[in-house]
Design a protein around this ligand. Structure first.
Ligand code: SF4
Ligand code: SF4
Length: 355
């Protein structure tokens, strides 16, 4: 039986939720090396709520400090192509300050591990993560165009430094296979504790959507599959139809079945929560629908002419060169596009929408 904590919180009062999380999921931290990994998708401000809020990070760092660890490291590998901006991403989001001097660019040193050869024979993982006695993951309650939601399991994709993220997107080639990839990465070093920022969540075209939602909660668990299962239900999704959760359960990484999860707190489905158009469920549902999605109706990114400034970042960062600038406007070639949504993640104007 898994347990998931659902605790009311604001950013000013999140410490009581953190204390409760450590009570329910005790960690032997004294004289250990602890790595705390927020979700730092890219350069953004805390107010955009694209990343884990700095107040939550600070509260977790202060809690861990009190437990006499040998060493604390705070780090992440920002999404896809912001890897050259690791320090800047932490600074702009306020996470550098919240890390209280424990920040480290964990992308600087890697160690190769064997990977699923269907994708790549091996991948390089941040060595700090592999050397940690305890890994504490701080995901954000958000939607994601490719996986419907991003939470505990997807946050571990950030243990991959550098261009590997984009390379794996390209090698995966389809949304279905990308679901498998994120579970393969997650299982390389399953975190010991997850504390999720759901004080302000994100709906709509996540993971960098302007549609924010006041939820007022912090969730915690020591099993990422159970936590993501609860988050999926809160978003109005059926976790049994999300391929990455199916795969994680099949691999023995945990269970999302509500019969297998004890909730500490109150679980409620968020009314009218907007999931992304692709909505993950279609990926793992009826094969005929999957085929239709692939051949006729597959969602493609499309720039909004009202918001696009023709900066070209999406074109530079598309892993398969599916975007070209035509008369100062990025246009996607639907035949080349692998629907990785990297362009949507990277667009500083939030101009890339899913059509
Ligand atoms: S990154 Fe955004 S603003 Fe820049 S060209 Fe692409 S769609 Fe336009
Ligand atoms: S156009 Fe966007 S979604 Fe399509 S492959 Fe390029 S980056 Fe990915």
């Amino acid at each position: 039986m898994h347990r998931v904590l659902i605790h009311p919180a604001s950013y000013d009062t999140c410490r009581s939720a953190i204390d409760r999380a450590f009570e329910i999921f005790p960690q032997e931290i004294a004289r250990k090396k602890v790595v705390i990994k927020p979700n730092v998708l890219r350069l953004s401000t805390a107010e955009e709520h694209i990343v884990t809020n700095p107040s939550l990070l600070r509260a977790v760092v202060e809690k861990v400090e009190e437990m006499s660890p040998a060493e604390i490291v705070v780090g992440d590998n920002p999404g896809l192509f912001s890897y050259g901006d690791n320090e800047k991403s932490f600074e702009k989001t306020g996470l550098m300050d919240a890390a209280k001097g424990y920040y480290m660019n964990i992308g600087n040193t890697t160690q190769n591990l064997a990977f699923n050869p269907d994708f790549m024979p091996e991948v390089g993982i941040s060595k700090e993560i592999l050397d940690a006695d305890i890994v504490i993951s701080l995901p954000k309650f958000k939607t994601h165009g490719l996986t419907a939601m991003t939470g505990a399991i997807k946050n571990s994709y950030g243990i991959l430094p550098g261009a590997q993220k984009a390379r794996l997107h390209r090698i995966a080639g389809t949304p279905e296979r990308f679901h498998d990839v994120i579970v393969e990465v997650f299982r390389l070093r399953v975190p010991d504790l997850f504390i999720m920022d759901a004080v302000v969540g994100m709906e709509g075209n996540g993971p960098a959507s302007p549609d924010l939602r006041e939820i007022g909660l912090i969730l915690a668990a020591d099993n990422g599959v159970a936590l993501d299962g609860v988050v999926a239900r809160m978003m109005g999704l059926d976790p049994a139809r999300l391929r990455f959760l199916q795969k994680a359960k099949a691999m023995g990484l945990g269970d999302f079945d509500s019969q297998m999860i004890q909730i500490d707190g109150e679980m409620r489905i968020i009314a009218d929560f907007k999931v992304p158009p692709l909505g993950g469920e279609a990926i793992s549902g009826n094969p005929a629908i999957q085929e239709l999605m692939k051949t006729k109706t597959e969602v493609r990114p499309q720039a909004d002419p009202e918001l696009c400034t023709a900066c070209g970042a999406c074109i530079d960062h598309c892993p398969v060169s599916a975007l070209t600038m035509k008369e100062d406007f990025p246009v996607v070639d639907a035949d080349i596009c692998i629907t990785c949504f990297c362009c949507q993640e990277i667009c500083p104007e939030k101009a890339m929408t899913l059509k």
